[in-house]
Design a protein around this ligand. Structure first.
Ligand code: ZN
Length: 160
């Protein structure tokens, strides 16, 4: 056999990186559907336990203390108080997009809305750590156009 015949055919595996966009939707359930529908009307709804009176800022069907089903909806805020915060300065992957969070830095805080017994984490439009204090009052700033998701809240801003 000639030298030429001994040559094996080579296959090359080409690896490229790129982006694929696969839009999808999912059902968030009865409670979160009602919760996010409230956002379209700039209403932040919580749910109250009929047994112990605890008001949850993010709705859930069953009270974590009493284990009873809850169905008493209450409107919360639009103001609240900061319970904790952090100014994020190091990049990490956004689970919603798979990309590095930009731009840095940004501030997130646990905000207990008036009328609620629990807090939600969301953006605050202040980067100066010396100006952000636990106990400061904030209010919701809504997007001009709301679609019924968590991004309908643009951020919280200080009111005191
Ligand atoms: Zn309860």
């Amino acid at each position: 056999m000639s030298e030429k015949g001994k040559e094996k055919k080579k296959e090359y595996l080409v690896i490229t990186s790129g982006k694929m966009w696969q839009p999808y939707n999912w059902y968030v359930g009865e409670y979160w559907t009602k919760f996010f529908d409230g956002f379209k009307e700039k209403k932040f709804l919580g749910i109250k336990c009929s047994k112990c009176g605890t008001v949850y800022a993010l709705p859930r069907q069953v009270c974590g203390r009493c284990f009873v089903k809850m169905d008493e909806w209450v409107e919360l805020g639009p103001e609240g108080v900061i319970g904790a915060f952090t100014v994020v300065k190091f990049p990490y992957i956004d689970p919603n997009t798979g990309e590095i969070i930009k731009p840095l830095p940004f501030t997130v805080a646990a905000v207990r809305l008036d009328g609620a017994d629990s807090a939600i984490w969301h953006y605050v439009n202040e980067l100066d750590e010396s100006k952000i204090k636990v106990g400061r009052r904030v209010r919701i700033v809504w997007q001009d156009e709301r679609k019924g998701n968590i991004h309908d809240i643009k951020y919280f801003e200080f009111i005191d």
